[in-house]
Design a protein around this ligand. Structure first.
Ligand SMILES: CCCCCCCC/C=C\CCCCCCCC(=O)SCCNC(=O)CCNC(=O)[C@H](O)C(C)(C)COP(=O)(O)OP(=O)(O)OC[C@H]1O[C@@H](n2cnc3c(N)ncnc32)[C@H](O)[C@@H]1OP(=O)(O)O
Ligand SMILES: CCCCCCCCCCCCCC(=O)OC[C@@H](O)COP(=O)(O)O
Length: 254
């Protein structure tokens, strides 16, 4: 019961705070602009106090370079939104599934914040929407936050990555900055109806350059990002990986 209450209240908070934020954004900036993201960020960062969630961030300054880039991060649940807003840099928009646009005030506030909606069922339309972002990224000095797994993933691992984020980065010749969140599963587990409070570690990894890369380099770029993020995810989540060590950097388990 507690699980449903907390998840239900999370959704209610999203709806209520969105409605309020829409009014504030329209009064402050008049319409759809990435500058509204700083207002949205302030609202969403309050959520963690309702749920007793703490964030421990490492390397956040790597996101503060005032230059365009593609930020990619793992995606576990709708709680990711709190983690996103915890470290979201200025001038950064997100790519979101179109279904979110139809969620009342939540969709409207995302629209006002400059979020790009894609239809995952129509790959060609999604790709052209992202291509459009790639064209304006540099001159508008924008950052784009993409969840390359393309969907929430509550398994204790990373899904294979979709290619869109890497096409966009190579097309715009901007760096890819991976951000990794530790597993929520110690305090958030929908199957087991668990949603208590806990700590999430967030690590921003070094930017990966794409200057000089072409479309043919995309599979390798994707693989590099996937493996470094997966390794970090295991380390941050204290998950022993295949060969029984607790992450490649630490000593093998006794
Ligand atoms: C006060 C406030 C209160 C709170 C209220 C809330 C407010 C919050 C506000 C703001 C926070 C917002 C929070 C946002 C959260 C949203 C989370 C989500 O919705 S996550 C799902 C959507 N995201 C994605 O799906 C991206 C990842 N997807 C991609 O990048 C895909 O690549 C995509 C969609 C572009 C295409 O997906 P494919 O399923 O077709 O898969 P592929 O393997 O990537 O591509 C298929 C083929 O197309 C080629 N391809 C892909 N992209 C291409 C391109 N750009 N050009 C040419 N070819 C391309 C590839 O090479 C591949 O071809 P070959 O299989 O290799 O032969
Ligand atoms: C008027 C009814 C509103 C319903 C309450 C709003 C629900 C909360 C909205 C949270 C904002 C976005 C958080 C987020 O990160 O959602 C992404 C997931 O969805 C991705 O879904 P999928 O696994 O990719 O299908």
């Amino acid at each position: 019961a507690n699980f449903y209450f907390r998840i239900g209240s999370y959704c209610v908070l999203c709806v209520v705070f969105s409605a309020v934020a829409c009014v504030v954004c329209v009064l402050c900036h008049g319409g759809r602009t990435v500058r509204n993201m700083s207002i949205i960020k302030r609202f969403v960062r309050i959520f963690k106090y309702f749920y007793g969630i703490q964030f421990e961030t490492y390397g956040e300054e790597k996101l503060h370079d005032d230059k365009p880039c593609v930020i990619i991060s793992n995606h576990q649940s709708i709680l990711d939104m709190m983690g996103l807003m915890e470290v979201l840099p200025r001038n950064c928009i997100q790519i979101a599934k179109r279904e979110l646009f139809y969620m009342g005030p939540v969709g409207l506030i995302m629209y006002l914040g400059g979020v790009i909606f894609i239809n995952r069922k129509r790959t060609s339309a999604a790709m052209s929407a992202m291509e459009e972002v790639g064209n304006t990224l540099v001159q508008e000095n924008l950052k784009v936050w993409i969840y390359p797994e393309g969907t929430r993933n509550e398994s204790y691992d990373l899904l294979p990555f979709k290619k869109g984020a890497f096409y966009l980065a190579v097309q715009a010749q901007v760096p890819v900055i991976p951000v990794v969140y530790s597993s929520f599963s110690s305090f958030y587990h929908p199957e087991k109806k668990i949603f208590t409070s806990g700590k999430i570690k967030v690590e921003v990894l070094d930017p990966i350059k794409t200057e000089g890369l072409t479309v043919t380099d995309i599979p390798k770029l994707l693989e590099t990002c996937h493996s470094v993020m997966r390794e970090t995810f295991f380390r941050l989540s204290n998950k022993p990986n295949e060969n029984g060590t607790n992450g490649p950097t630490s000593q093998p388990m006794q």
